[in-house]
Write a protein that binds this ligand. Structure first.
Ligand code: GLN
Length: 483
């Protein structure tokens, strides 16, 4: 009943928040949402934990009720003929989806500034115009402004965790393959992961519990046998006599020189809290973290260039036609469709990716980046106690020494929009650097949650807990300590 009443009140705030922060790419009609809420409430199956909860969905996840735009001109009017597995499951569980949220075009960016709908602003700083983070900025802003109980985003290199950190909410990226990608428009599918953003840990856990399912439609979905193997390993961990004393790793490579003093302090305070609670803090080194950023910005654009080849003006979305041009048959022009349909950042990624896949650069760039990724996994496998059931890089007590890694999520608190854009325009690599702390977990497919930590001046700083592949439950369990 309480959730129902709270949700009804939240519906009245949608338009006001949209006008202030530009959160949505589309909003479902208010009367329809009220009807839905009333119906779910009247049906009386409100005992389900997600019943009557309001949710938002990042607009690169397909739904049939409205267009799925990826914040791109290319898909501005695109309507999916099918529904994503995630939205289907959520609605079956009584969640009311209020709308689709803004993002960086096709998920490429770190601040939700590269969108045909304009930038999303951070609701925590109503007077200051700070960025919400990206690329799931709209989702994080909807949760931070209190409109939605939770939101669904996607995280390819940090896009759930970074906006969660900037907006002072929780952002959980489960292990790769845990939540179905059926209906998630691909950016870089070897990295794309669906994630959950919410204000409290209980909600993150409830949503995760419901979405953490094998889906036959997603070829990269973790199969039931592997899930069972992981469950066995987790039960073993929970039955260890020393289970309440965690070994927390601090990787020196995360201590990058650009960490702001407030972020360093938050990291330190958080480790002190864990130590005081009896956990052991261990300094470690994972050398390949240093190479992760260039490896990611080689691999992700390479996959993206291939994925985006389907937007040719024929099969999907936007089509530029100029019947007066003699180059075109029937007035359809492939190159101008892509020139006009994609934004600058997306074009930059297509060029980078295509170049890195070309015969000239393939060996030296693409293959090298794959090797870095492989080496990074090996180093994570050596450092975690929990066994990686995918790689089977054997871990024994002398190699696997830690349970979790803890690091900041971002190098600074949310920057001002003006400052972010000035840096981004002077060189796009300035914003790529923002991802240095989130990318290692993406390359290795590790479960990671960003938790808001209040700094001394009350600006939230994101702290990440990273676990071994498959160790999602314990990552969530451990998050309790930092609540
Ligand atoms: N900022 C990163 C990129 O632009 C990550 C984006 C994401 O996770 N979708 O690739």
């Amino acid at each position: 009943k309480e959730t129902f009443l709270k949700s009804l009140r939240s519906l009245d705030k949608i338009q006001e928040c949209q006008a202030k922060y530009n959160i949505f790419t589309s909003i479902r009609p208010s009367s329809l949402l009220k009807d839905k809420l009333n119906k779910i409430h009247d049906l009386g199956n409100a005992d389900g934990k997600l019943s009557c909860q309001l949710a938002v969905i990042k607009d690169n996840i397909v739904t049939m009720s409205e267009p799925t735009t990826c914040a791109s001109k290319m898909l501005r009017d695109y309507r999916s003929p099918f529904e994503s597995t995630i939205t289907k499951i959520l609605e079956e569980n009584g969640t009311v989806i209020i709308g689709k949220t803004n993002l960086d075009e096709f998920g490429m960016g770190s601040a939700t500034t590269h969108s045909i709908f304009g930038a999303t602003l951070n609701p925590l700083f109503p007077e200051e115009k700070r960025v919400a983070g990206g690329s799931s900025g709209g989702t994080a802003a909807a949760v931070a402004s209190g409109l939605a109980n939770f939101g669904i985003g996607t995280d390819t290199g940090g896009s759930v965790r970074l906006p969660a950190a900037y907006c002072g909410v929780l952002g959980f990226k489960p292990s790769y393959g845990r939540i179905s990608r059926w209906g998630v428009i691909a950016y870089a599918q070897s990295l794309d992961t669906v994630g959950i953003i919410a204000n409290d840990l209980d909600t993150v856990r409830e949503v995760y519990k419901i979405l953490n399912k094998y889906d036959v439609k997603d070829p990269t979905s973790l199969d039931p046998e592997k899930r069972a193997e992981i469950d066995d390993l987790v039960s073993k961990e929970y039955s260890r006599p020393d289970r309440n004393i965690l070994k927390i790793g601090v990787a020196e490579e995360f201590n990058v020189s650009d960490l702001s003093p407030e972020v360093s302090k938050a990291w330190f305070d958080c480790l002190s809290k864990l130590q005081k609670a009896g956990h052991e803090i261990i300094k470690i080194s994972i050398p390949s973290i240093k190479n992760s950023l260039p490896a990611y910005y080689t691999l992700a654009p390479a996959e993206a260039s291939s994925n985006l080849a389907r937007y040719d003006g024929i099969r999907y979305g936007f089509r530029f036609s100029d019947s007066s041009s003699k180059d075109s048959e029937n007035g359809v022009l492939f190159a101008p469709t892509r020139t006009k349909g994609f934004g600058d950042e997306v074009k930059r990624r297509i060029l980078m990716g295509t170049y890195n896949l070309s015969s000239e650069a393939f060996e030296n760039n693409f293959i090298k980046a794959q090797l870095i990724r492989k080496q990074l996994r090996v180093e994570f496998d050596q450092i975690f106690r929990f066994e990686n059931i995918l790689s089977r890089n054997k871990v024994n007590d002398s190699t696997g020494i830690i349970d979790f890694l803890i690091s900041p999520t971002s190098m600074t608190a949310a920057p001002k929009l003006e400052d972010f854009e000035a840096k981004d325009h002077s060189s796009p690599t300035n914003s790529y650097v923002n991802d240095v702390l989130t990318i290692p977990a993406s390359l290795a497919g590790l479960p990671t949650i960003s938790i808001p930590w209040r700094s001394s001046n009350d600006v939230p700083i994101g702290i990440q807990i990273m676990g071994q592949f498959g160790d999602d439950d314990r990552v969530l369990q451990t998050s309790e300590i930092l609540k």
